[in-house]
Design a protein around this ligand. Structure first.
Ligand SMILES: *[C@@H]1O[C@H](CO)[C@@H](O)[C@H](O)[C@H]1NC(C)=O
Ligand SMILES: *[C@@H]1O[C@H](CO)[C@@H](O)[C@H](O)[C@H]1NC(C)=O
Length: 314
């Protein structure tokens, strides 16, 4: 009996180093391309990468940073399991660690601002790790959700899909300057027609007429920081960008959480909006739902592919 126990223990100890991923969050200090605002570049590269690994960008919330974003979600564990890379950008705005989602530069393709630093991180990572340019995704909460909208709007050629929790429409914080907080937008006083929102998105990459990343948004009805009105404005924005009608093509209750309602717009599941009844700004991250949206659990075969070099029409 004792012998059996000993051999089981020996096996477990011997096997442990193989099972445990020793990777950790690393800061990239070399020159990775244009980064006019000095956005910090942190990356999680699991020990075992998928062939042509997908990339997930995960910008933090206000008063957060790359480290707390890394330790505050399941994404690094999931990256180790499925072999994708996670980029955790770190805001250079030391005052409140919010992202620059207001400057003309950040809202415009390759024009500067925080968004350009993040785009450079993606391009560098694709080249260095031979990543899959058709499988680059972005998700974030609060200011990270706002940056998700900015990246999906201004860099539709880089991203295949976005998933934004408790954010605002692309362009809602726009104003004359870097990192300007918009009380008007936050409190739900910035309302536009779908056409007005969509023309802002189009102005984010002048002359671009290619495909658009698919988009998924979540918002609590009792959001006290970024009013729920922003959810309705985001819906108008993205359905107009995609050319969808205002009536959802499907409505599902209690998904993925009790009391949350999922609305799908258009015929090809390219835009989803989740309304979280009774939920405040402190909305729960839904990694499993975002992973499914990005198809990041797919490691071989017919995985979801869009992005640069992917299909040219929806
Ligand atoms: C940003 O763009 C707006 C609209 O085109 C313009 O009115 C404003 O002067 C620009 N601001 C800066 C700082 O360039
Ligand atoms: C959101 O704004 C509406 C309209 O001003 C207001 O009635 C509502 O109380 C606000 N929601 C929260 C949670 O503050």
């Amino acid at each position: 009996m004792r012998l059996v126990i000993k051999s089981v223990l020996t096996w477990a100890l011997a096997a442990a180093p193989i099972l445990v991923d020793a990777a950790s969050l690393q800061k990239v200090t070399e020159n990775f391309g244009p980064n006019p605002r000095n956005v910090g570049f942190y990356i999680y590269v699991p020990d075992k990468l998928a062939a042509s690994p997908p990339i997930l960008v995960n910008p933090h919330w206000c008063h957060g940073d790359a480290q707390v974003c890394y330790s505050g979600s399941q994404y690094s564990t999931l990256a180790s399991k499925y072999g994708f890379i996670v980029i955790y950008p770190d805001s250079p705005n030391t005052a409140d660690k919010c992202w620059d989602v207001s400057s003309n530069a950040t809202l415009t393709h390759d024009a500067g601002g925080d968004s350009l630093g993040i785009a450079s991180m993606v391009r560098w990572t694709l080249a260095k790790y031979k990543g899959d340019p058709k499988r680059v995704f972005v998700t974030g909460i609060s200011s990270g959700a706002m940056m998700t909208s900015v990246l999906v709007g201004a860099y539709p050629d880089l991203f295949a899909a976005g998933s934004a929790f408790a954010g605002v429409p692309y362009g809602c914080f726009s104003g004359n300057g870097y990192g300007v907080w918009s009380d008007a937008c936050a409190t739900g006083k910035v309302k536009k027609t779908g056409a007005e929102w969509a023309s802002m998105v189009k102005a984010g990459y002048p002359g671009y007429s290619g495909w658009r990343p698919k988009m998924q948004i979540f918002h609590g009805t009792q959001d006290e920081v970024l009013n729920y009105t922003n959810f309705e404005e985001e819906i108008k924005e993205w359905i107009t960008v995609f050319g969808y009608g205002e009536t959802p093509t499907s409505t599902t209750s209690n998904t993925p959480v009790g009391g949350w309602t999922k609305y799908v717009y258009g015929g090809n599941n390219w835009f989803q909006a989740f309304s979280a009844a009774g939920v405040s700004h402190n909305i729960q991250n839904q990694e499993a739902t975002a992973m499914a949206w990005f198809d990041l659990t797919c490691t071989e075969g017919d995985c979801f592919q869009w992005g640069q070099g992917g299909p040219t029409a929806q």
